[in-house]
Design a protein around this ligand. Structure first.
Ligand code: FUL
Length: 463
């Protein structure tokens, strides 16, 4: 096969919007009347008079996120209770009838201004389900929703992600196609996260659970027919794992909250995910070829809680620490590359180069002069050219024989795993099955002090 064919994209590949989305680290920010009632879902009857986050400071949210390495933040402009955090022209059920800044406040504005100031990207959650609107799920509501969507997408600068929550909307028949047109018209860089009903239109899919866990083998491609199953658990499995060779490129977003609730509840101050828990979350989301979306809910004062901020920061330090040294840099690296231009050595540079195998199988070996201790492996395909790998093993040399430590089917944009310490003089990635010559962009052999940063049970030898 000639090199042009090998370099041609294989199967479904990311659009520019999706590729940029894959490179983000995104935070969710949930605040509404629930922050004052202690509920998770408001029923729409809450009076705006209860909403008064007196010390709200969106700069505190966004600067904490910036410090912790986030690139993007999504705010709940309107949750299921219908209360709007901006003074929408189309309803009275909003901040303009609250005591917050004597009805003159606009939290969407404060939020988007802060993202601009600190160089983050803003995203908007606008709940389709609206328990306050008397004509919800009728054409009148559709019009209302589209007006609000237009307000949010035209008056606050660039928006990078719109979040259409499927909750409560199973039986509603919205004009999704029209909603999508509005997003594409006003915000050409905006990624659309949406429910299963709109899987044919979305850029991003849900990961199928709210625990931030993608399947071990999570494909960015999907055959959306698998989402039509009446059986919800089948549907969740489809979302969680995707479909190898699926016709749509639609990567999974693994959302979870830093606390048990999506909204702030003081009684959960002792239950904030620790930096160690968050390291695990990194491995079950980004490390499994999906996107990250971590929620941090502001307190009734309108601030991120100090425990949350502290844990975010330590977590970011841990992740940086884990990946700071690539042991492979001190190895003799060899692989069955198609040519000198696409040698396995390219995997050790930060440049925009890659390794291309001369076959649909690949073997890349790292030989070390002295024994190394390693406990983690991180790798990625050049996803712009398609998710090609279907079966791989990471192996290490023991008593003259290679033994597997991780086996799997999906690599994709990023696959990372950790395991118990292994002492060896050689590590090998063996790709035994691929749809087309594998093209790898990164490969790291890592040995980190996991006792410090991992909370998971490592009692079994392999995962
Ligand atoms: C769910 C909602 O019902 C929760 O309240 C939360 O917003 C979560 C992110 O999505 O579907």
């Amino acid at each position: 096969m000639n090199i042009e064919n090998i370099l041609a994209p294989y199967g479904a590949v990311p659009t520019k919007i999706q590729y940029e989305w894959l490179n983000r680290k995104t935070a969710f920010i949930h605040i509404t009347v629930n922050t004052f009632t202690g509920k998770e879902w408001g029923d729409g009857s809450e009076s705006p008079s209860i909403f008064n986050p007196e010390k709200l400071d969106a700069r505190q949210w966004i600067s904490s996120l910036k410090e912790a390495g986030f690139t993007t933040a999504i705010l709940t402009a309107k949750h299921h209770d219908g209360f709007c955090l901006w003074p929408s022209k189309y309803t009275e059920h909003s901040i303009k009838n609250s005591p917050y800044k004597n009805g003159k406040g606009d939290i969407v504005r404060e939020f988007t201004d802060a993202t601009k100031e600190f160089g983050l990207q803003a995203g908007i959650y606008l709940s389709p389900w609206d328990r306050n609107h008397p004509q919800w799920a009728t054409p009148v509501y559709d019009e209302y929703y589209m007006n609000q969507l237009t307000e949010l997408l035209t008056e606050y600068g660039e928006i990078y992600e719109i979040w259409w929550d499927g909750a409560g909307s199973d039986k509603a028949n919205y004009k999704w196609e029209e909603w999508v047109k509005i997003v594409r018209k006003y915000q050409p860089k905006c990624a659309i996260f949406g429910p299963t009903q709109t899987a044919h239109l979305n850029d991003i899919r849900w990961v199928g659970n709210e625990r931030g866990k993608a399947a071990d083998d999570c494909f960015a491609t999907l055959d959306i027919e698998v989402l039509k199953s009446e059986d919800r658990s089948e549907m969740a499995k489809g979302l969680n794992a995707g479909t190898p060779n699926g016709k749509r490129f639609i990567p999974a977003e693994a959302d979870v909250s830093i606390r048990p609730g999506w909204f702030y509840h003081p009684e959960q101050d002792e239950m904030v995910k620790t930096p160690e828990d968050l390291v695990d979350y990194w491995f079950t989301s980004v490390g499994k070829n999906s996107g990250m979306l971590l929620n941090i809910p502001p307190t009734p004062e309108g601030l991120f809680h100090e425990i949350d901020c502290k844990n975010l920061l330590t977590w970011d330090e841990y992740i940086k620490d884990i990946f700071k040294t690539n042991l492979a840099e001190n190895s003799e690296i060899s692989g069955n590359s198609i040519s000198g231009e696409y040698t396995a050595k390219n995997l050790l540079t930060n440049e925009d180069t890659y390794f291309i195998a001369d076959d649909k199988a690949a073997e890349i070996t790292f030989n070390f002069k002295a024994p190394i201790t390693f406990n983690c492996f991180k790798m990625g395909e050049e996803i712009k050219l398609g998710q090609r790998v279907r079966e791989f093993a990471v192996e290490y040399l023991e008593n003259g024989e290679f033994k597997p430590i991780i086996t799997g089917q999906s690599i994709g944009f990023c696959r990372a795993e950790y395991f118990n310490d292994i002492i060896t003089t050689a590590v090998r990635l063996k790709i035994t099955k691929a749809e087309m010559n594998p093209i790898l962009k990164q490969l790291k052999v890592i040995g980190f002090l996991k006792l410090k940063v991992i909370s998971a049970d490592l009692s079994s030898d392999t995962k």
